[in-house]
Design a protein around this ligand. Structure first.
Ligand code: B1M
Length: 212
């Protein structure tokens, strides 16, 4: 049986080769993908954040940890996304303008895919007009936004305003999330839903489209 604490450690120290290899072995030995993500990988990133906050880690260590997290996500992504059913709806997702954090957003995208949604991922630093253009182009039913910085959360509001201005607000449901975002903030800016976790984004997306 694989020592999964080693996966946690590999991400904390930013060892991408080890994090991927351990993940592959864990998958092969039958460990559930979500167990790896929620019990080892996300806690590892939280520990990295803690070390950053108390000046034990700096931006280079954050980057290495993020790379190790992404390396571990690679073999997991297709497993999280494998649903094999007709799309329940189309989601445009992105990290808002000014924000370069994409690990949580990528996780949400994989979970939504796995939950049966078609996902169009606009990446990071997505300007309001890019969300607007993609919704118009694809007729998406949902816009999902992620923000990890208190300074970029207002871009969620700006994006909602831009969708209103473009006459698209009534056509889409808007979901928001990310570490500093709260239900209260979601209500304040007029979003249709908030999820604290990536897994929670799936029932939320179904709920706002009245699918469950
Ligand atoms: Co930055 N960073 N970072 N960072 N970083 C944080 C967010 C921070 C909390 C660290 C800290 O101080 N403890 C802090 C923000 C403080 C604040 O705003 N109050 C911070 C800072 C300050 C910065 C910089 C300003 C640092 C600098 O340059 N001085 C800078 C900003 C750059 C920018 O964006 N413009 C910066 C840069 C970076 C890196 C690029 C080095 C790297 C990101 C690499 C990447 O993403 N490719 C990085 C990292 C890795 C972090 C931490 C350590 C980890 C983030 C992460 O990936 N977590 C982070 C500390 C922390 O979060 N503990 C930190 C794991 C991920 C799975 O969780 O993204 O929260 P999360 O997603 C969760 C939920 O939030 C939810 O689902 C996920 C899983 O359940 N969720 C959604 C997320 N989006 C959702 C959308 C939804 C629903 C749910 O829609 C429906």
């Amino acid at each position: 049986m694989e020592d999964l604490k080693a996966l946690y450690d590999a991400i904390v120290v930013g060892d991408a080769k080890a994090s991927r290899a351990i993940t592959e072995r864990a998958i092969a030995s039958g460990v559930a993908p979500l167990t790896l993500v929620s019990e080892y990988m996300i806690p590892a990133m939280n520990e990295v954040g803690r070390r950053f906050e108390c000046n034990e880690y700096f931006v280079p260590e954050l980057l290495l940890a993020a790379r190790a997290m992404k390396a571990a996500m690679e073999p997991l992504r297709p497993l999280l996304a494998a649903s094999g059913v007709q799309p329940l709806g189309r989601v445009v997702i992105g990290t808002v303008k000014g924000d370069l954090h994409d690990i949580g957003k990528n996780l949400v995208a994989s979970m939504l895919e796995g939950g049966g949604f078609e996902v169009i991922d606009l990446g990071v630093n997505v300007a309001p007009e890019q969300f607007v253009a993609k919704v118009r182009e694809t007729n998406a039913q949902i816009v999902a936004m992620s923000a990890l910085l208190t300074t970029t959360m207002p871009a969620m509001k700006t994006t909602i305003e831009a969708l209103k201005q473009a006459g698209l607000r009534e056509r889409v449901k808007i979901l928001v999330g990310g570490a500093p975002v709260t239900q209260r903030y979601a209500d304040e800016i007029g979003a249709d839903g908030y999820s604290e976790t990536a897994a929670g984004a799936v029932p939320l997306a179904k709920r706002v489209l009245a699918l469950n």
